[in-house]
Design a protein around this ligand. Structure first.
Ligand code: NAP
Ligand code: MG
Length: 477
């Protein structure tokens, strides 16, 4: 299997002008399996200038039908390379292979959606009071920087780049240092599918060094970022000098609310994967569970039984549901939370230890009766740890739900339609699901309230975020 290890600039693989490559570690084997180049400021300049040229000389004015055709072709080529991309994703972050295949397919669907969106996203005509004709245009911005994290490297890279390209921008994609491979491959495959040179370029490298140089480059018009809230704050600060547009998809601490009137056995059976999928490294993880007191103990028992059945192990096996954590340092950070819970005297309903053997594994861990000031309750752990507490009163429960600085996602389980809608409207989050754990739909907006972010990915909302709105007035007398 070819491992792409270079920068993808102006339609070709290139070596950086200087510097040493970064080793990649497979988190399931703890072995180095590749070394990837890092972009320097000189490479960033070359890439951004080539992107600007590609935008001015063709991409922004390309007939929409032609742009649609190319983006559909990208989706087709991604599907043809699904297994290759899934294997790369599995090796670099330890993602279970079945999930990796699903996520490559999701990336292809994203390109299909935005291929179609090119000709379905348009302005308005406005009856202005002085007469004449007034209309709006949605115009591309220029060169957009898309900076993505390591937990869903491929789908997030696709759901940033596809709408940006569909809207007529050129993109510089910066993957996380530990997960550059599927992003680099995306650059090359999209180019093979007909994307002109310079329209999508991929620059691996360290966020604190080249990431900042990219954000502050004067030709970058917008930064679309997914990652931690602290880096999001830094990017917003850096972007302020040039009044650059930003969209930020940040951390979460999403609630999972179970009322006694719900089909709570079904909720208990399905909820472990709402927090433990991707080994808990999911911004939408339902990591705070609120269960109505009358069903709390039987709910907990069913939840723990379902958790014990999860298959933790080799990501290469089709049956595996939970792979390792992404790195030794990510596991160490989760273990600090587990240690804090131990010293606070929290009830461990299951888990809390490392299984024996190689790989950065941790058992899925269920904490019950957690104090509302405990770190595990308040902070995003980004690992396989859930906190489950009982509640008595809907209003008090909602106050605690909304006490979090985050507001990304969440679930509500009830069979009372009035309660479902009342609570859904009150939860301060950008995404909420009722009797379900799904958060991401290609066609619907995705993003956060409060410190979970600004702007929206996916759906037609993403097209708004990658365009400027121009008003044109024509006198008719
Ligand atoms: P991160 O440390 O914030 O990194 C995200 C990306 O930003 C990486 O490509 C990183 O590069 C880069 N970066 C780091 N410092 C930078 C800087 N100063 N300037 C420019 N770029 C910089 O996040 P992570 O650890 O990869 O991912 C975990 C976080 O992402 C969690 O908080 C999670 O909730 C959040 N997340 C949110 C969503 C959402 O949609 N809301 C989705 C997924 C994940 P390096 O890898 O080189 O540091
Ligand atoms: Mg980081």
């Amino acid at each position: 299997m070819t491992i792409p290890t270079k920068l993808f600039i102006d339609g070709a693989y290139r070596s950086p002008v200087a510097g040493r490559p970064t080793p990649l570690v497979n988190p399931a084997t703890e072995a180095v399996f590749a070394e990837v180049d890092s972009a320097t400021p000189a490479d960033i300049n070359a890439a951004v200038e080539s992107a600007q040229k590609a935008w001015e000389n063709g991409w922004r004015d390309m007939a929409p039908g032609k742009r649609t055709e190319i983006l559909f072709n990208v989706a087709r080529v991604l599907r043809e390379n699904l297994e290759y991309l899934a294997q790369l994703e599995m090796q670099q972050i330890g993602k279970p292979i079945a999930d990796a295949r699903d996520e490559i397919g999701l990336g292809a669907r994203v390109f299909e959606f935005y291929a179609g969106a090119v000709t379905k996203f348009y302005g308005q005509t406005i009856p202005v009071s002085r007469g004449g004709i007034d209309f709006t245009l949605r115009q591309s911005m220029g060169v957009v920087a898309c900076i993505v994290p390591w937990n869903f490297p491929f789908p997030i890279a696709c759901w940033k780049t596809a709408p940006a390209l569909a809207a007529g921008n050129c993109v510089i994609l910066k993957p996380a240092s530990i997960s550059p491979l599927t992003a680099i491959a995306l650059g090359e495959l999209a180019h093979k599918a007909g994307l002109p040179p310079g329209v999508l370029q991929v620059l691996p490298g360290s966020g604190s060094a080249m990431g900042e140089a990219l954000v502050t480059h004067p030709l970058i018009r917008k930064v679309s970022f997914t990652g931690s809230t602290s880096v999001g704050q830094r990017i917003m600060q850096l972007a302020s000098a040039g009044i650059k547009r930003v969209s930020l998809e940040l951390g979460g601490k999403s609630p999972n609310i179970v009322f006694a009137d719900s089909d709570w056995q079904r909720a208990a059976d399905s909820s472990p994967m709402s927090v433990f999928a991707n080994t808990g490294q999911d911004c939408c993880a339902r990591s705070r569970m609120f269960v109505e007191r009358s069903v709390f103990e039987p709910f907990l028992e069913t939840f723990v039984a379902a958790t014990r059945k999860l298959i933790v192990g080799d990501p290469a096996s089709d049956q595996t549901q939970l792979g390792p954590l992404v790195s030794a340092s990510q596991r160490a950070s989760v273990e600090e939370y587990i240690a804090a819970a131990r010293s606070a005297g929290t009830r461990f309903a299951c888990g809390g230890s490392r299984p024996s053997g190689t790989g950065y594994y941790l058992e899925p861990t269920v904490l019950a009766d957690v104090g509302s000031n405990d770190r595990c309750w308040r902070e995003e752990i980004f690992g396989p740890v859930v906190c489950i507490v009982p509640f008595d009163d809907e209003a008090a429960m909602l106050r605690e739900v909304n006490a979090s600085p985050y507001g990304l996602s969440g679930s509500i389980w009830t069979n009372d339609i009035r309660r479902a809608l009342r609570v859904a409207r009150r939860v301060e989050s950008g995404v909420i699901s009722i009797n379900s754990h799904s958060s991401v739909h290609v066609e619907a907006p995705f993003g956060g309230y409060k410190q979970s972010g600004i702007g929206r990915d996916l759906g037609m909302a993403a097209m708004e975020g990658y365009t400027e709105l121009k008003n044109i007035y024509i006198a008719d007398n």
